[in-house]
Ligand binder design. Structure first.
Ligand SMILES: Nc1ncnc2c1ncn2[C@@H]1O[C@H](COP(=O)(O)OP(=O)(O)OP(=O)(O)O)[C@@H](O)[C@H]1O
Ligand SMILES: Nc1ncnc2c1ncn2[C@@H]1O[C@H](COP(=O)(O)OP(=O)(O)OP(=O)(O)O)[C@@H](O)[C@H]1O
Ligand SMILES: [Mg+2]
Ligand SMILES: [Mg+2]
Lengths: 249, 249
């Protein structure tokens, strides 16, 4: 089972969009995929058109329910462990626990019937984000075409090194995924150049596509909303790369 | 002295851009303005081209320095109380303090020689965000032209009501500021329609302008980088509205 967190300190870089559309494309290829939402905004559920779930990750964190009980089916081969605003209070309680960075490892141990876990993270440094990077083996960082997003990616990489020093092993940053790429804009080329110096592998960019920003409003993935769009083509290409990556060393 | 927090759960909606360009425009009108960065990304300092500061908000929170000692001059009439990654650890310690929601009120009491305090918040629910909305009197929420940003604004408004119930008085949401508005796109009109139902006053939109996204990379405000651009015109218009708002009831 591959465990991947999609992270980034900068807001609005395409974390949720990548989680939804990479997740659905992997599921369409026949892999069993679980999406886990660790952001209080609960944008995974909104983007997939899922409402009315009774239990969520915050119930798991306060031991009111097991992770398995909170899972809702999203699409064929695609399940969701949703979040809600209750996650904030639950996170405050995590601060007071022993081994508070390894709570996910303990609580998600029963979720091993999947081929992939994809975790959507909030745009901030929090115990939930730390738990995510300790729990997974691989980290992907979307980088939108803004200079502040490049410094956000750099900051996150530095922080991951800090966590590795204090807590022992953590995940490897395996991909930087350029998003909202527009070849007509000067800043797009500037950002791609800056990414070359950071180290991890850089995928071909996800081009800017308004249909990607419209799909969440209808609760649809890009393959359902606009299957022949640039967004659908680019995320299908990314999925091909992800599915064929060599195993972790 | 007016104390205003620029907030929003959704990432990438224009919080930092609004803080920088509203702050500089108020300063250019002769008001004494202090920008306070409560986001670990420290994007206010980057956007203003300020590097090499020794102290920041995290030193204030752990009582290593007073707020006054950490202030750096940014432009004429414009000062900055910067942040850094150390804010994360400082925030963890806040959780364990008494009256942890009112720490800013205690620590910023000496900063009263300004006409405006503008606080840039991180895109997340955290003790720093709660402290910000307890400390200020007014809250502005930028809303970018994405459906997830409208649900983010709604979520924040609901949460502010929760805080008011538990902690007594908190700030009033006085403005919703549409950002990245592009009249050619269908979703722009959809979002503006959805905002009408939320309640607070909606300003004229800040139009999409790539020069707004280029300026931070050069450490410049929009008036320095592109004074005749759409971005400069729209933020100057917003500043006119903010400077002439009736006092709080
Ligand atoms: N390639 C793209 N082209 C155009 N719009 C995009 C693209 N990718 C994402 N978007 C839109 O940009 C906005 C931000 O994307 P998204 O919400 O996925 O980012 P995020 O990093 O998850 O944000 P947050 O920091 O709030 O969690 C959304 O409205 C989304 O629909
Ligand atoms: N009106 C606009 N037109 C075009 N680009 C804009 C506009 N306003 C902001 N931007 C750009 O959009 C990106 C997001 O803006 P900004 O960083 O201010 O948002 P934020 O809400 O502070 O993000 P975060 O959630 O990461 O704190 C930045 O690259 C910024 O330069
Ligand atoms: Mg997201
Ligand atoms: Mg910001």
């Amino acid at each position: 089972m591959r465990k991947i967190a999609i992270v980034g300190f900068k807001g609005g870089i395409g974390k949720t969009t990548t989680c939804v559309n990479l997740g659905d494309a992997l599921a369409r290829r026949g892999h069993r995929v679980l999406l886990i939402d660790t952001d209080t905004q609960a944008n995974l559920a909104i983007s997939l058109g899922i409402t009315g779930f009774k239990k969520s990750l915050s119930d798991v964190l306060v031991r009111k329910a097991t992770a398995e009980e909170c899972i809702v089916p999203a699409r064929k081969n695609l399940d969701l462990l949703p979040s809600n605003l209750g996650l904030f209070k639950a996170q405050q309680r995590m601060v007071l626990e022993m081994a508070r960075e390894e709570i996910f490892e303990e609580l998600f141990v029963g979720l091993n019937s999947y081929d992939y876990h994809l975790i959507d993270c909030a745009p901030s440094l929090s115990l939930l984000t730390i738990n995510s990077v300790v729990y997974v083996d691989e980290v992907f960082i979307p980088v939108s075409m803004e200079l502040l997003a490049t410094s956000g990616a750099q900051q996150f990489m530095n922080y991951l090194k800090d966590i590795a020093r204090t807590l022992g092993q953590t995940a490897q940053i395996r991909l930087l995924i350029p998003t909202m790429y527009d070849p007509r804009r000067r800043v797009s080329k500037q950002v791609i150049n800056l990414l070359q110096d950071l180290g991890p592998r850089i995928t071909k960019p996800i081009r800017v596509d308004t249909q990607l920003s419209e799909a969440p409003g209808y609760g649809k993935t890009i393959y359902e909303y606009a299957p022949r769009s640039r967004g659908a083509i680019d995320y299908a290409r990314l999925t091909e790369v992800v599915a064929n990556m060599p195993p972790m060393s």
